[in-house]
Write a protein that binds this ligand. Structure first.
Ligand SMILES: [Zn+2]
Length: 209
């Protein structure tokens, strides 16, 4: 997503800011081998879902949207029938149709364990920044929150911490650090200041620490 400012009750304008967020990284915009995509021409499945087939499709849908996104995408890769069922979940289908980068990006940075399909869908269906209520043009994919450009770049809640920072700032031990939401960074160029990151780093959620 990009920097957008609300200029009236129903009008928004794009800000001329090169934000260098994750969706500008090639790997995210071009997709991943294991990233889900809607395939309307796939062959019909040869096998069913076993005992799961005894349940009404609506019940399977209810279970799938409550799974974390990692489990849902894992389930989807089990077989063609599993893929067919997962792709028929309305919320998942909407996300794949309109915001596939949100799933691709969270798979790359390894945060899909922290939110469900339902949570991502609900976040995408809102417009406001969770911190200030202004228009939120960005997704903070570690905890699946909508956020505006100002909060994203200035609030401590969205400034991720290295392991060293977590220890120095909060004095947490390894047992506590192991429980913190974390992500793996992607090499690239970030922020309007064009900071280059060459290595994959493990970064921790500030507000959880
Ligand atoms: Zn905000």
């Amino acid at each position: 997503m990009s920097a957008i400012r609300k200029i009236s009750e129903s009008a928004y304008t794009f800000l001329d800011i090169k934000d260098h967020t994750l969706d500008g990284i090639d790997k995210v915009s071009q997709g991943l081998d294991n990233a889900p995509e809607l395939d309307l021409n796939s062959r019909p499945p040869c096998y069913g879902l076993g005992t799961l087939e005894k349940l009404p499709l609506e019940v399977i849908h209810l279970a799938l949207i409550l799974l974390d996104m990692q489990s849902l995408t894992d389930f989807r890769r089990v077989s063609r029938r599993a893929r067919q069922v997962a792709d028929s979940v309305p919320q998942f289908r909407h996300i794949l149709n309109h915001v596939p980068a949100s799933i691709r990006a969270s798979l790359i940075i390894e945060t899909t364990r922290y939110f469900s399909c339902q949570e991502l869908y609900q976040t995408l269906c809102t417009a406001e920044c969770e911190s200030c209520g202004d228009f939120g043009g960005y997704l903070y994919l570690l905890t699946c929150r909508r956020v505006c450009f100002l909060c994203f770049t200035e609030k401590a809640d969205y400034l991720l911490l290295s392991r060293k920072d977590v220890v120095r700032k909060f004095g947490l031990g390894s047992a506590h650090i192991a429980l913190l939401p974390r992500m793996r960074s992607v090499p690239g160029c970030y922020s309007p200041r064009e900071i280059k990151c060459q290595r994959r780093e493990t970064l921790f959620d500030h507000s959880a620490a």
